[in-house]
Design a protein around this ligand. Structure first.
Ligand SMILES: Nc1ncnc2c1ncn2[C@@H]1O[C@H](COP(=O)(O)OP(=O)(O)OP(=O)(O)O)[C@@H](O)[C@H]1O
Length: 246
């Protein structure tokens, strides 16, 4: 693709206090593209997501949406500009019902005015949520909670949807059900950055992928080229990394 990317990270450094987790991370996502960020436990995937949303400040580097830097914007402003996160572990509000959880996704955003339309759209995407509008989120299955977390993120009408480990703790069958919706969302023109340890599920729906290991991008390429690559295996199973892409 040659068009300028909807979303771009350039040379991002980030971490916690004196502990640097991400070093020189660069990646991009085109409009409507599904891009995976793969890596084992502790590679820095969630840290990357937190830096993109503004929940964690970058130590260096630039994060751009539509070419404009958002690195210094507060988290709520990034939501309004079109960045939404479905967090690791879903983090639904267990004492609130499905619809209340969804409404919170647009509570403070510009999308507040279009709530009825977006609710309809999300219920069309996830009929299970439509059947359970009044059910307490805490009483739902892991798969339903995952659908709810994605639906809640969509309520803010994102242009970039960040999905952090959507398959975590789900059976293969339920993972498939959740994953079936990802290309449908992308087909609406929404760009998706998908963080996963489940490389097989992620690569099956992605156009491209990056591999993160010890806070550094160690490989990048088309999803089909990375599927059986040695660098992906090394990143997960601790082999010596060559650093070469693919
Ligand atoms: N709040 C925090 N304070 C200090 N260090 C942290 C914090 N959160 C994460 N880390 C450290 O940052 C590194 C990267 O963690 P991160 O959660 O980003 O990895 P991950 O790739 O998302 O892994 P997982 O798949 O297990 O969630 C780890 O070494 C982790 O211990």
């Amino acid at each position: 693709m040659t068009s300028s990317p909807l979303f771009q990270i350039e040379h991002l450094n980030a971490g916690y206090g004196e502990s640097i987790v991400l070093s020189d991370v660069s990646l991009d996502v085109q409009q409507g593209e599904i891009v995976s960020l793969l890596g084992p436990n502790g590679a820095g995937k969630t840290t990357t997501m937190m830096a993109i949303t503004g929940l964690l400040s970058a130590y260096g580097g630039t994060i751009r949406l539509d070419g404009h830097p958002i690195t210094d914007k507060p988290a709520h402003k990034r939501v309004d500009l079109g960045v939404a996160l479905s967090p690791e572990g879903r983090q639904v509000f267990p004492e609130l019902n499905v619809e209340e959880n969804l409404l919170l996704g647009s509570f403070a955003s510009k999308a507040r005015a279009s709530r009825p339309r977006n609710l309809t759209r999300i219920y069309d995407l996830f009929p299970r949520l439509a059947e359970r509008k009044k059910q307490l989120a805490g009483l739902m299955s892991g798969g339903e909670q995952q659908m709810l977390a994605i639906g809640r993120a969509l309520m803010s009408e994102p242009r970039l949807l960040l999905l952090d480990e959507p398959s975590l703790g789900l059976s293969p069958l339920i993972t498939e059900l959740v994953y079936d919706t990802i290309p449908v969302i992308a087909a609406e023109g929404i760009s998706i950055l998908l963080v996963e340890q489940n490389t097989e599920a992620a690569l099956a729906v992605s156009n491209r992928a990056y591999v993160l290991s010890h806070g550094r991008i160690v490989a990048a390429g088309k999803a089909e080229d990375l599927r059986d690559s040695a660098v992906l295996r090394d990143a997960f199973f601790g082999g010596a990394l060559s650093g070469a892409a693919q």
